[in-house]
Ligand binder design. Structure first.
Ligand code: FES
Length: 495
């Protein structure tokens, strides 16, 4: 297959992709957001074509015209790579929030670095504090993955005596990313903001994770952690400090705190929810007066864990499935041969199999067979379907219980933001079809990395935002609700 080079400016990144690779597949790995979910409506994913050619389909041209863009612009969400190209990423010229608005900030001199420390991936962005422009991006895999993919295995590895090694690895890796960011720039860093889940925070900070391994699974060590670069063993200067932002609860970390800031949920008159379909399946619900949040057991299935052919939303994963002329048509990230299926395609497959009446009310395969084929090599087993039911029930039940706690109806929620690694690919219609979110699809907005957006906002804030969010937010243990089991079991059914 033909390969093409993509050069990303002003990041100075070069990458090689297969012919016809959709730009959305490669750009979101660099922290680029698709605020309207790739519908061609917001124009925020526009890229300037500095060199090469991107073919423009009729619908793409219509969207370009509707947005009033001049001829050199393309919408990344409608573009495929069919030749060597050089692109200027417009989004990095200003910070865009999850509600598609631009971020208002107080200008100051100097530079900051925002870091999303994920269980699986790490993203670091170098930000000019006088303009809020992103000047450079680095991404990497969390080196702790060798101790296990999920949080439980990371906690277990700490208990098995690897805690110091995991702390050393993650500090080294992030320090290395920052050095790469600074390589081409002769600048001094003023401050660094890091967000991540509670376990990641504790391991980075060399704190004890063992309270999270035993009942009642609570740690009181949730506060912010401040460091100097020198203390972390980094060979560069940070004029102020490195801040790992506070967690909200034992399994709701500062990545969710940042997500709340990015969506503006804490300032909204209307009830708004944020659901992160990442590792923990966190749910946040509230408005400017009150916020409740919880973690659910939903995460692993959507990250590909426990699904027989499951994988994360990376090259080779089937990211979406459609039914065209009664045939399943699968889209594969990176336009390569499929290796497995990621969370968004899992949702699609279940919704379509339900629509075709191949899956029954209780999740059973109606034919009595043990699996359903997606294509020649990829299939869903009965166990995969049951895993999905557990995950979707965890989200649906979690949302219902949080509504109950703040005395509102599900229908009182005005907007639900979906964040998570595969947020860009998720089909909102199918989320509703499967019963994961029992609201009209018009209320659901998919959003990529809200944690990273929030981490960038924190570079500019005087911590009033953080205090405001924390003072309004209550962490809920869903299982302490007396009706939890009944609600959970009920939500496992397909209606
Ligand atoms: S136009 Fe909104 S994401 Fe592309």
């Amino acid at each position: 297959m033909k390969r093409h080079n993509i050069s990303l400016q002003p990041l100075g990144k070069e990458l090689q992709v297969n012919d016809k690779t959709p730009l959305i597949d490669v750009l979101h790995e660099f922290g680029i957001e698709f605020p309207c979910g790739g519908k061609g409506a917001c124009g925020k994913c526009k890229v300037k074509l500095l060199n090469g050619c991107i073919e423009v389909s009729e619908i793409h041209q219509q969207k370009i015209d509707q947005l009033g863009l001049s001829p050199e612009w393309r919408l990344a969400c409608y573009s495929n790579c069919t030749s060597d190209i050089t692109l200027e990423i417009d989004q990095f010229n200003h910070l865009i929030l999850a509600d598609e608005s631009e971020f208002e900030f107080v200008q100051e001199s100097g530079f900051g670095i925002a870091i999303d420390l994920g269980t699986t991936t790490l993203v670091a962005q170098l930000v000019d504090l006088s303009t809020s422009k992103v000047l450079a991006v680095e991404t990497a895999l969390n080196p702790q993955v060798k101790f296990g993919a999920d949080l439980i295995s990371r906690i277990q590895a700490c208990l098995d005596g690897h805690a110091a090694e995991m702390t050393r690895l993650i500090r080294f890796s992030i320090g290395n990313m920052i050095e790469l960011l600074l390589q081409k720039q002769n600048i001094e860093i003023k401050r660094i903001s890091i967000v991540g889940n509670t376990v990641m925070q504790l391991i980075f900070s060399n704190c004890d994770v063992s309270p999270l391994a035993q009942y009642p699974f609570n740690t009181s060590n949730l506060g912010p952690k401040l460091f100097s670069a020198e203390y972390l063993g980094w060979n560069f200067q940070v004029a102020e400090n490195v801040m790992f932002y506070p967690s909200i609860g034992s399994f709701v970390g500062s990545d969710i705190l940042a997500g709340i800031a990015a969506t503006g949920l804490h300032l909204s008159e209307n009830y708004t929810a944020l659901i992160d379909l990442g590792t923990n399946g966190e749910i946040v619900l509230g408005n400017k007066k009150q916020i409740v949040c919880a973690s659910t057991a939903a995460g692993p299935a959507f990250e590909g864990t426990n699904i027989s052919m499951g994988m994360r939303a990376v090259t080779g994963a089937i990211s979406s499935i459609e039914l065209i002329d009664n045939e399943l048509s699968a889209n594969v990230i990176g336009n390569v041969a499929p290796k497995g299926i990621c969370g968004s395609a899992l949702v699609d497959a279940i919704a379509i199999f339900r629509e075709l009446d191949l899956i029954g009310l209780f999740g059973e395969i109606n034919s009595g067979e043990t699996s359903l084929c997606i294509n020649a090599n990829i299939s869903l087993t009965q166990k995969d379907i049951n895993e999905f039911q557990l995950a979707k029930a965890a989200i649906a039940a979690g949302l219902k219980i949080l509504c109950k706690i703040i005395f509102i109806q599900l229908s009182d929620i005005q907007t639900i933001y979906i964040a998570g690694g595969f947020g860009n690919y998720i089909n909102v219609h199918n989320i509703v079809q499967t019963g994961m979110i029992e609201l009209p699809k018009e209320k659901i907005r998919k959003m990529g990395n809200t944690a990273l957006i929030g981490a960038k906002m924190f570079l500019f804030s005087n911590d009033e935002t953080v205090k405001d969010i924390l003072s309004k937010t209550e962490h809920i243990n869903l299982e302490s609700d007396p009706n939890f089991q009944d609600i959970y079991v009920d939500k496992m059914l397909f209606n």
